[in-house]
Write a protein that binds this ligand. Structure first.
Ligand SMILES: [Fe+2]
Ligand SMILES: [Fe+2]
Length: 259
């Protein structure tokens, strides 16, 4: 089975690029996982963006730290069946994992939040992702899933690499999101698990992580709080493509896409 994992979709430019790239690959890829945490103009995801991303062919959508921007979503996340919210977030209702049937196989998708540099408000509502993920894997194994993918949404590279090491004989793929900068360390571990520290971003290229450059720079130079605005520049496409052997469930190849 061939999977495509797409890094954080940022705003309208990211959504438009996603549509085009998923459409181009619909015949060769069996399963698409998309990180949608910045799809609503850079800040969170609403039902509207959820529906749009699903309509482009996504099989599952993961989130991240942008869970509170859209107040109306607090009671809505749980109603979106293919949306996995961070499983170690304690104060929001939603799917702690998603199971999707495809090509006669069951795929489990988990989203976790790292605990480093996520902001005070968020950190107060987080439990240890390493503890939480073990319980969820147990549940997924009871449901006889064939593949498990873990989106480790975190700032710190060490936390993501450690998660990969921790899960290398328990799941099929651990990949990082959140920094919006793709890392060049994609690999297949000796257990057959695919890994990358950060998939990167599908959003405005000429920007600071998808946001308008002038505002981002002004925040740093003045030290003042200025509202970020999503850049409208053309989007780059960051993703990883992984092929698995469906008999052994081991990864055969992992390819980084940065276009
Ligand atoms: Fe993001
Ligand atoms: Fe994030």
């Amino acid at each position: 089975m061939k999977f495509l994992i797409v890094g954080d979709i940022v705003g309208r430019p990211g959504l438009n690029r996603l549509k085009q790239e998923l459409n181009n690959r619909k015949d060769e890829i069996d399963f698409f996982i998309v990180n949608g945490e910045n799809s609503a103009s850079g800040r969170g995801l609403r039902k509207k963006e959820y529906d749009e991303i699903m309509s482009y062919g996504a099989d599952a959508i993961t989130m991240g730290n942008h869970m509170y921007y859209r107040k109306e979503m607090a009671s809505e996340y749980a109603k979106l069946p293919m949306l996995a919210i961070p499983a170690n977030l304690t104060n929001l209702e939603g799917n702690k994992y998603v199971i999707v049937q495809k090509n006669g196989l069951k795929v489990g998708v988990i989203n976790l939040l790292g605990t480093f540099a996520m902001g005070d408000m968020l950190e107060k509502n987080l439990t240890n992702p390493f503890v939480v993920v073990e319980d969820i894997i147990e549940k997924l194994k009871e449901k006889n899933v064939d593949y498990i993918f873990v989106d480790m949404h975190a700032e710190a590279t060490a936390e993501k690499i450690a998660m990969g090491e921790f899960l290398k004989d328990k799941v099929n793929c651990v990949y990082g999101t959140h920094t919006h900068v793709q890392t060049a360390d994609e690999c297949i571990l000796d257990t057959g698990m695919a890994y990358i520290t950060d998939v990167g971003m599908t959003g405005p290229k000429d920007s600071v992580l998808g946001l308008k450059k002038e505002i981002a720079v002004a925040r740093f130079t003045t030290g003042k709080f200025i509202h970020y605005e999503c850049s409208t520049n053309e989007a780059m496409f960051n993703a990883i493509e992984i092929e698995f052997d469906d008999k052994t469930k081991r990864a055969i190849s992992i390819k980084r896409i940065n276009e």
